[in-house]
Design a protein around this ligand. Structure first.
Ligand code: ATP
Ligand code: MG
Length: 487
């Protein structure tokens, strides 16, 4: 038998491969140089109804006009195959393969596309599930990186260009250059903690740690050890090895004393000494240790009034009050509202993975007319609720009317939830966590119990909890993963 020449073998291989694919693939399509569909296999025809076309108005069309999300055109233009890909459109999800077709001169004359599997979601379920999970992890990692990069902890992250905000930033930059204690005064949610981080970041201590103590969150009896540490052997048991205090941990850096107005009188004298001498004495030790710590203190309480009534030491107050910065409430710098809404909105979008939403002028007017007792923290919450409650990309006054009503209703709902929850019998140390965190746990438990009782019926659950359905939906949207109904 005469040997077939190599060219003929290749030709036959190409032809039989084409035939084999045609028979085993669910569908085949060929397009020409100008992306026009020139031929489809009988198998392919079954997809036409779902794509919304008859054969007559399909063949002859440019492929991108009749097959959403196709990459056939890209294969033609680049001359590069896409061996395996998932294509999703209204007809379903398909495992596809796309190869360029070339003439003898090697020029691309079109492309052939195969639908290898038309229900990859069933046959390839494990693979797709893994892909979905990895994609989710990737998105989360990307969000985290974006978040770490944002200037939250620099003075640039303190948004506002009103005279009052600019003055705050000017003072912050000035005090950053000194080593003296700084006192941040202002209502709740005005950005004291944010500013403390900004001052640290702008100071020569930026390379070292900023260590925070929330004085209101630590029981009085533990505060001394928290501040100054415990010498080894001072106690038996867990503390035998000793423990470093926050002053020591902040050595070379900044110590942020939050809620300084809650400092017990007995400890105020020791704090004053540590501030003046830059020396600390761990509990159970008779040796003093030198530390180099810049203190930034913050409070929303009226320290002069506390001095007057004898609950805050005058000498400590004067020592801390060398460089006071007053943070204005939001209602006194309402001209910053729009910039704040933009910045907070971007942040909310980044964290939730949703697109940023814009506000209509009447929404901005409505927000500008609010008293904002919770200041920027409250503004953030309201924005977050309005954003999550709707799919609309633009937020108008009605969206906020609901969120603002919710803010007012929020307290009411929390009281109801607390009443329906089991009595709080946890040991006291369990309670020494942020109140908001505890309240939201009680809320979650109450909502889960109500959903359980109503078999997952949200309308009925909202009635049981005596809250509006919108309020319940908002809460579910905010923490979907934490509220789980077990059956
Ligand atoms: N000027 C600002 N620009 C951008 N975000 C701000 C600004 N001020 C406050 N925020 C944001 O508002 C929230 C509350 O701010 P922060 O925790 O600093 O307030 P605070 O004064 O420490 O409140 P509290 O007295 O209740 O502890 C944070 O999410 C913070 O990032
Ligand atoms: Mg604070």
């Amino acid at each position: 038998m005469p040997a077939l020449d190599a060219e003929r073998v290749v030709e036959l291989a190409a032809k039989s491969l084409f035939d084999v694919f045609n028979h085993t693939a669910m569908g085949t399509m060929v397009v020409d140089r100008s992306h026009r569909i020139v031929w489809i296999s009988d198998g392919y025809k079954r997809f036409l109804p779902a794509l919304g076309h008859a054969e007559a108005d399909f063949v002859g069309q440019r492929v991108e006009e009749v097959v959403p999300n196709t990459l056939m055109g890209q294969v033609v233009d680049s001359g590069k195959p896409i061996l395996v890909d998932l294509l999703t459109n209204q007809a379903g999800t398909f495992l596809v393969s796309r190869l360029p077709l070339k003439n003898d001169a090697g020029e691309v004359i079109g492309a052939v596309g195969y639908v290898l599997l038309d229900h990859p979601e069933t046959t390839m379920q494990p693979l797709l599930a893994k892909f979905g999970r990895l994609q989710g992890e990737l998105d989360a990692a990307r969000r985290e990186i974006a978040q770490a990069r944002r200037p939250k902890h620099s003075l640039a992250g303190f948004i506002g260009s009103s005279a009052a905000a600019l003055e705050v930033k000017r003072l912050a930059r000035r005090v950053a250059l000194t080593a003296s204690p700084v006192l941040l005064l202002g209502e709740t949610g005005t950005g004291k903690e944010l500013l403390a981080h900004g001052i640290h970041a702008a100071s020569r201590r930026a390379g070292r740690a900023i260590v925070s103590v929330n004085i209101a969150a630590v029981p009085d009896t533990l505060l001394e050890a928290e501040f100054f540490g415990v010498a080894p052997g001072a106690y038996t048991g867990a503390e035998r090895a000793g423990r470093e205090g926050k002053f020591k941990l902040a050595d070379g850096g900044t110590l942020f004393l939050d809620e300084i107005g809650d400092m017990p009188l007995a400890l105020q004298a020791k704090l004053l000494r540590a501030l003046q001498e830059q020396e600390i004495e761990p509990l159970g030790s008779n040796k003093v240790e030198r530390v180099d710590v810049r203190v930034i203190a913050a409070t929303s309480r009226d320290l002069p009034a506390m001095v007057a009534e004898g609950t805050f030491r005058a000498d400590l107050y004067y020592r801390l009050n060398v460089l006071p910065i007053h943070l204005p409430p939001l209602r006194e710098r309402i001209e910053d509202l729009e910039a704040l809404v933009d910045a907070l909105g971007d942040d909310i979008a980044r964290r939730s993975g949703m697109a940023s939403k814009s506000l209509t002028p009447d929404a901005l007017d409505l927000l500008a007319a609010q008293p904002w007792p919770g200041n920027i923290r409250e503004l953030r919450n309201v924005l977050e609720q309005a954003t999550l409650m709707t799919d609309d990309v633009q937020l108008g006054a009605p969206h906020f009317a609901a969120a603002l009503r919710l803010a007012a209703q929020g307290e009411e709902a929390q009281v109801v939830s607390a009443r329906t929850a089991a009595p709080l019998a946890a040991p006291p140390v369990e309670r020494l966590r942020p109140l908001a965190e505890q309240v939201s746990e009680v809320e979650d438990a109450a909502i889960a119990a109500a959903l359980e009782a109503t078999g997952g019926n949200r309308v009925a659950a909202a009635k049981l909890l005596r809250m509006s359905r919108a309020a319940l939906y908002a809460k579910l949207a905010r923490r979907p993963q934490r509220i789980t109904v077990t059956r």
